[in-house]
Design a protein around this ligand. Structure first.
Ligand SMILES: *Cc1c(COP(=O)(O)O)cnc(C)c1O
Length: 409
């Protein structure tokens, strides 16, 4: 139904195709943990279908909520339409989604090797590197994926823009290097509004839905957009291991999708203001923001539709300055997570990337900012006061006006 619509319209209408026939306007929340069975045979057949990665059968119904939930299925449909993938599979968290992706590609394939490009979200790095799922991981540069792949490589895992340094990599190039090996792109930072990895050849586009998709800091979830065959393998793992997204979470995520495009555009516009201002701040040693120094402009132009609303900065004052800034902001909340309507600041080396081995951990002078929907002038004032508290230079103290807005993208 939404096939010919533009993304903003899909965000509002996707996954709601059956509502009119149901006679309702808002998304219904089905909280049933179990469902009445018409009879043993049809219930059993439907159970079998879902436990092996398929759909509920018309006669047998959803049977049990770990196998299927219609509120979750509507969110999956909406997200798939935005990602321009055949389908999507939702999970209880981003890490539950990543775990299912690993298990779906390793457990029954006899392949146990994963190639991954750092930097990755700390939890992903830890999951792959910990041996917890019985996989062996080889980390490599984006340009060395082809050489690093082995006959037993089950999957390639990349993140772009990457958490926390906003590094960009060329998805098409990684996909070409991976050849037959499926590539998973963590698309959490870009969201489907700014980047669609599936259209660039990736097998999976993963989101921590906890972040931008929900957008209000009140729901934990994960989702993988992918083709039907991959989805069946993921649903099977989900049904068997129990990582299903809760229907209340699915409702909130689906509602969040309607405003995703306008949130992203507004948050990105503020982030551009802040990035331009931070680039010239005396307390800032280096700005990390897609499109700033050294980033291949072509990736921003052809692979993405904008730089997004995440910024990292390294501080001249090192760890002490990071401590000072994170504890003296008032409008920014000092908290992990990202992508919500309110601005957050956190120190990756101590928190989100703590489990990453020291050689791959972000610098102790780096802080990560998630720019929300506040007036950017207020965010500048808050950050300036916090930065100047520790800055070597004092010039910024009186600076309260914004520099001209860069107009790229
Ligand atoms: C937060 C995050 C995850 C993990 O998602 P959860 O919902 O916290 O489990 C994965 N990837 C990225 C890029 C993230 O920021």
């Amino acid at each position: 139904m939404t096939a010919n619509l533009r993304p903003d319209s899909i965000a509002v209408h996707g996954g709601r195709e059956d509502l009119t026939a149901l006679g309702v306007h808002a998304l219904p929340i089905d909280l049933s943990s179990t469902n009445p069975l018409p009879d043993i045979e049809s219930g059993g057949d439907s159970y079998e279908s879902m436990a092996t990665g398929g759909y509920p059968l018309a006669e047998g119904g959803a049977v049990y909520s770990r196998l299927w939930n219609p509120t979750v299925a509507r969110f999956e449909s909406a997200l798939a339409q935005l990602e321009r993938s055949a389908t999507a599979v939702a999970f209880a968290s981003g890490m539950a989604a990543m775990t299912a992706a690993v298990l779906a590609h390793t457990a029954s394939s006899g392949k146990r090797h994963i190639v991954a490009v750092r930097p990755l979200y700390g939890g992903t790095d830890h999951l792959l590197d910990s041996g917890l799922l019985g996989v062996e991981v080889s980390f490599c540069e984006a340009g060395q994926v082809a050489q690093t792949i082995r006959p037993d490589t089950a999957m390639v895992v990349v993140e772009t823009p990457a958490n926390p340094t906003l590094d960009l990599l060329n998805i098409r190039d990684v996909v070409a290097q991976a050849s037959e090996v499926p590539v998973l792109v963590d698309n959490t930072f870009a969201t489907p509004v700014l980047q669609n990895p599936i259209t660039l050849g990736a097998a999976m586009s993963l989101h921590s839905a906890t972040k931008y998709l929900g957008g209000h800091g009140d729901v934990t979830g994960g989702v993988i957009a992918c083709g039907e065959e991959t989805a069946a393998a993921l649903r099977r793992v989900r049904a068997v291991t129990g990582g299903l997204l809760h229907p209340l979470g699915a409702y909130l995520l689906h509602r969040g999708l309607a405003t995703l495009p306008i949130r992203i555009r507004a948050q990105q516009a503020s982030a551009r203001h802040l990035a331009a201002w931070l680039a010239g701040h005396p307390a800032v040693e280096r700005l990390y923001y897609p499109g700033s120094e050294g980033d291949p402009a072509s990736l921003l132009q052809h692979q993405m539709r904008g730089s997004g609303a995440m910024i990292s900065i390294s501080l001249r004052g090192g760890f002490e300055a990071a401590k000072q800034v994170t504890s003296s902001v008032r409008l920014f909340t000092h908290a992990v997570s990202l992508g919500g309507v309110d601005s957050l600041i956190q120190h990756p080396a101590a928190l989100t990337h703590r489990p990453v081995p020291p050689e791959a951990r972000p610098s102790a002078s780096l802080v990560r900012l998630s720019i929300g929907l506040e007036d950017p002038e207020d965010l500048v004032l808050d950050l300036d006061r916090a930065l100047v508290g520790h800055a070597v230079g004092r010039r910024a103290a009186s600076r309260t006006t914004m520099p001209p807005v860069p107009t790229a993208h």
